[in-house]
Design a protein around this ligand. Sequence first.
Ligand code: MN
Ligand code: MN
Length: 306
Amino acid sequence: MGKTYIFGHKNPDTDSITSSLVMADFERKLGNAEAKACRLGNVNKETEYVLNYLKIEAPELIENVEDGANVILVDHNSPSESIDNLNNVNILKVVDHHKLALETAYPLFYRAEPVGCTETVMYKLYKENGFTIDKTIASLMLSAIISDTLLLKSPTTTEDDKKAVEELSKISGINAESYGLEMLKAGTDLSSFSIDEILHLDAKKIDFKNVKAIVNQVNTADISDVMKMKKDLEDRMNEIIAEENLDLFMLLITDIVNSNSQVIALGKSASLVEKSYGVKLENNTALLKGVVSRKKQVVPIMTENA
Ligand code: MN
Ligand code: MN
């Protein structure tokens, strides 16, 4: 079959990295010996914790693949999050849990489910094919599900994710709660990042109807740690608002232990946050109780109220 490149989205998270590794194992089990796990960007601190813990090498960093190459996409299908020449390669398979954004001129294996994590779909694929999930594969899958669902507390969590975590904990011998909290905390270490880097870590440009916004999310185990930088964050946020002509910049500081988010909202449409969540911004900030998911608890609510 020739070489097959497997990769997740740009700016990879734990799901993108582990899913490429797991998919490479899955392909080898199917007889595709030349399937190769790759990544489209640097490994973040949370994923670094996972790979160190499991003593596994990160997938190979690639920027592009040659035209005509065979590829498998995991944890994404949107061309904007993929390699630049996606139109000129041969997509063999997609395994994902995001909305459909891909169009091809040829048929392909496409498996996406509305579950909390790509690895939950991979877990099902192993089961369906009667493949054994070894300890390492179980640990990788488990780490990603914990990451994407914030320890099964995000509203994106489904029964399938819970079931997978239960069995994967048994196979791997890993206590999901304690390991998961350490792993998530490792991902919240902001000490080596500049203010500008923090504001770009997980920033997405989103239009809430006519409101042009950036919503950036930063995970933390202690909101007050991040709020110490509030003045500097706000100064830079205001600059970005001017540079990009934004109506709103929302910085969500998400407490992964208690499942709340402190929001800092700036820009002429900041009051949309007050309207959407029934809160009052004081000094540009408010606590949004129970809000942890941008996909489920920010985009639809803000769009509806805009
Ligand atoms: Mn992802
Ligand atoms: Mn994912």
